[in-house]
Design a protein around this ligand. Structure first.
Ligand code: GRF
Length: 197
């Protein structure tokens, strides 16, 4: 699709329910936003994020493991759709090298903890909040960072924190962190998009 305005065209990669994808999409509809959601890609055929895409008429695709890791099909799809920037929002696989090479400094990820703590393989979703709870930390938060070939290790761009009440459960911690994610992720994407423009 040729671009019909000068907004940065983003592809959202997501594996789950897609609450961040929804917040990002909502922000993208603002007249003054610097980006539009050109497509949503999932590695889970039944992911809630694909239903969201369908009901909002956002182009969306499912790609399986072999397609991601053993072919250039995803790269070709991103090129054909004039994607300028990739945004991971709850995407649970490592991004393959051919995609990273295509978007140096323009793939973002969000992690539901204050990296470098509670990052790395296996640290996702409730596992993160349970670890924070078990450690008795007084604060948690979220980190937005560029993506490289390792889990959660690219250059950090932005962090926001929340205090943890004494009686907070892991799911209470998760809910506070998610509020921060929905609030800040779209704004940070917008800031990065404005620099690409
Ligand atoms: C978020 O907590 C995000 O930080 C993490 O995965 C979760 C995705 O949630 N990477 P959702 O699918 O956006 O609701």
């Amino acid at each position: 699709m040729p671009t019909n305005n000068n907004k940065i065209r983003i592809a959202i990669f997501a594996s789950g329910r897609g609450s961040n994808a929804q917040a990002i999409y909502k922000y993208s509809l603002r007249k003054d936003s610097n980006f539009s959601v050109a497509t949503i890609i999932s590695n889970k055929e039944q992911a809630g994020v694909l239903s969201f895409a369908k009901s909002n008429k956002i182009p969306a695709r499912y790609f399986g493991r072999d397609t991601f890791y053993k072919s250039d099909i995803v790269v070709d799809y991103l090129k054909e759709n004039y994607i300028d920037m990739v945004v991971l929002a709850g995407f649970l696989w490592l991004v393959p090298g051919n995609i990273i090479n295509l978007y140096p400094k323009s793939i973002l990820n969000i992690h539901p903890a204050l990296l470098p703590k509670y990052g790395g393989k296996g640290m996702y979703g409730h596992h993160v909040h349970e670890a924070v709870h078990k450690a008795g930390d007084i604060k948690s938060g979220m980190t937005i960072h560029f993506v490289n070939k390792e889990y959660d290790e690219g250059q950090m761009i932005f962090q926001a924190q929340c205090l943890i009440e004494d009686d907070a459960s892991p799911s209470d911690i998760g809910a506070s962190v998610l509020r921060l994610e929905h609030h800040f992720y779209p704004q940070v994407i917008d800031g990065v998009a404005s620099r690409l423009n």
